[in-house]
Ligand binder design. Structure first.
Ligand code: VTB
Ligand code: MG
Ligand code: MG
Length: 321
């Protein structure tokens, strides 16, 4: 993949963020998701690549755009696989909360795990704690490991977890251990990435969330030198059979190289609402502003990109909620 592809790809998440941001707090998550998806779709086809969606908005019969298997790009350039979540955190956006993102990852063909749409148990840490945690180890052991790796007292560790009834046991063990806890309502891609940035204050992510989101987070953490491990958690016979059909071993711990193999991968995200890492979209007069993160695993370059978009000169960006 050409390195210039990174800059092309950030335009994709910028467009999706600008489109969905109009829906902030309006309680209409599907409309917001559709706006993000359609804006993302349009920009993809201007990019020189032969892309195939491997993680997307669903199967062809259920998703009109960015469905799994859909071909993207102008048909010239490298053959790549694409993972997208045009609006990661539809509920967040619908209530104007924190950390809604537009996200994508691109890797050489065959390098992204085709994660089925089901839960994945996850643990994520930043560079300092790589190799020190294990998704199957007791919570307390992982907390001690991250505390040691980051030279922190255990009560100074900040753990983040989706606030769900299914996580009651994890949350009670975190409280027992005396760490500080960030219970989030949604958005575990942002939460996983936050573990790799000191100023976010987050040291470790626990708990289950979407498996597709796990792959997106893995690409981000590969670029940042962090780590995520996952285990698929099928919730029904149907999901179990889906794993079987796809040749996925549900007992296997999915390590970084299982989630995204090699290091030729690019990650791009734009903030839709404000978060610890990225500011959300702002509109004023004839401009929209965006704040994005774009990174390439091969070079390890991490860029924060501020965008000022003229809504006059680019009327396609003007989307009314
Ligand atoms: C997860 C998580 C996402 O939605 O997919 C979650 O990975 C859905 O899980 O970040 P629940 O069934 O617990 O709601 C997000 O939080 C947002 O897409
Ligand atoms: Mg989504
Ligand atoms: Mg999502």
């Amino acid at each position: 993949m050409e390195r210039s592809l990174s800059m092309e790809l950030v335009r994709v998440t910028e467009a999706a963020a600008l489109a969905s941001a109009r829906w902030m707090g309006r309680g209409k998550k599907d409309e917001a998701d559709d706006a993000a998806t359609s804006a993302m779709r349009d920009v993809f086809d201007t990019i020189p690549m032969k892309g195939t969606v491997v993680i997307g908005e669903g199967e062809m019969d259920e998703a009109p755009m960015l469905y799994i298997g859909e071909k993207l790009g102008n048909g010239f350039g490298p053959r790549v696989d694409i993972a997208v979540d045009p609006l990661e955190g539809t509920n967040i956006l619908a209530s104007g909360g924190w950390n809604a993102l537009s996200v994508l990852a691109v890797a050489d063909h065959g390098h992204l795990l085709h994660a089925p749409d089901m839960y994945m148990e996850k643990i994520a840490v930043g560079p300092e704690a790589v190799g020190q945690v294990n998704v199957e180890a007791p919570i307390i052991d992982n907390l001690k490991a991250v505390a040691k790796a980051k030279n922190k007292d255990i009560e100074d560790v900040v753990a983040t977890v989706l606030n769900r009834p299914r996580h009651a046991e994890i949350i009670s063990q975190l409280r027992e251990a005396g760490v500080r806890i960030k219970l989030i309502n949604d958005g575990d891609v942002a939460a996983a990435i936050n573990t790799a940035f000191d100023h976010t204050g987050v040291d470790i992510l626990f708990g289950s969330g979407g498996a597709p989101e796990g792959v997106l987070a893995a690409v981000a953490l590969k670029c940042l030198g962090g780590e995520i491990q996952g285990k698929l958690l099928p919730q029904s016979d149907e999901e179990f059979n889906r794993c079987l059909q796809m040749g996925l071993d549900i007992d296997k711990i999915l390590m970084m190289d299982d989630l995204v193999s090699g290091d030729d991968a690019i990650f791009a995200a734009t903030g839709v609402t404000d978060g610890e890492l990225l500011r959300g979209v702002q509109f004023k007069g004839s401009h929209g502003s965006t704040h994005s993160l774009v990174m390439r695993a091969k070079s390890g370059t991490v860029r924060f990109v501020e965008g000022q978009h003229s809504l006059k000169k680019k009327p396609n960006l003007v989307i009314k909620a």
